[in-house]
Design a protein around this ligand. Structure first.
Ligand code: SF4
Ligand code: SF4
Length: 218
């Protein structure tokens, strides 16, 4: 499978493929943690990880480290960049990520990106995104370091499909309906804490969201 995007090396990888990603220590470079605008979006798994590890609610995280952004009519949280250097609030004074063990998925991927089709996730390599030379090969699965990666990918596919449906609805529904729908989904997937098994709980909520989306389509 070939990818036309010139930012990548043109290949679509799978999680067991080896890619030249490993750069050892970043040695004072934190260019991928600043100036990212609203591009580091977070999904419910990312928020759940932040909540349980930082012992903070979604509302508390929104007070300083996160903000809400809108993409194709869908409201989602993203990492807030602030200060003169537009820096992520989780970057510490030594220029290191203070939440490395539970950093969001987009940060884990870098310099990879995800490509979704209906049944599986492919990985693209943004080959010029990280300037560090002489990288060594590492298996993508190891690079990501996400426990239960198969379950996580299944969750991501479902989350992505729901977002696509909301984006479609946002194109045809009136402004108030879209706003109401966004508020409902923000509460359902982000504001209400996940207890017990995240993936099982997400599926329950996804079914509720899908019922509503079907109703709105009628
Ligand atoms: S751009 Fe590359 S070297 Fe710099 S912080 Fe990011 S991963 Fe590390
Ligand atoms: S969460 Fe960590 S890795 Fe991600 S942008 Fe912020 S400091 Fe960088």
């Amino acid at each position: 499978m070939q990818n036309e995007n010139k930012l990548t090396d043109g290949k679509i990888y799978e999680k067991n493929d080896m890619v030249k990603l490993e750069c050892g220590e970043c040695e004072g470079c934190f260019s991928c943690c600043q100036g990212m605008g609203d591009s580091v979006t977070l999904n419910p798994y990312d928020i759940w990880q932040l909540e349980i590890n930082l012992h903070k609610s979604f509302a508390e995280l929104l007070q300083d480290k996160l903000e809400l952004g809108i993409s194709e009519g869908v409201i989602v949280p993203n990492l807030k960049m602030s200060g003169t250097q537009e820096t992520c609030g989780f970057l510490n004074e030594n220029g290191r990520c203070s939440i490395h063990a539970f950093r969001p998925g987009i940060c884990r991927l870098f310099p990879l990106g995800r490509q979704y089709d209906e049944e599986k996730i492919g990985y693209i390599f943004l080959e010029h995104a990280c300037p560090k030379p002489n990288k060594t090969k590492v298996k993508i699965k190891k690079w990501l370091g996400i426990p239960q990666l198969e379950a996580n990918e299944a969750f991501l596919l479902h989350w992505h499909a729901i977002q696509k449906k909301v984006q479609q609805l946002a194109k045809v529904e009136d402004k108030d309906t879209v706003q109401e729908l966004n508020m409902y989904l923000l509460n359902l997937f982000f504001a209400e804490s996940y207890r017990g098994d995240f993936y099982a709980e997400f599926e329950k909520r996804a079914q509720m969201a899908e019922k509503l989306l079907e109703k709105l389509k009628e």
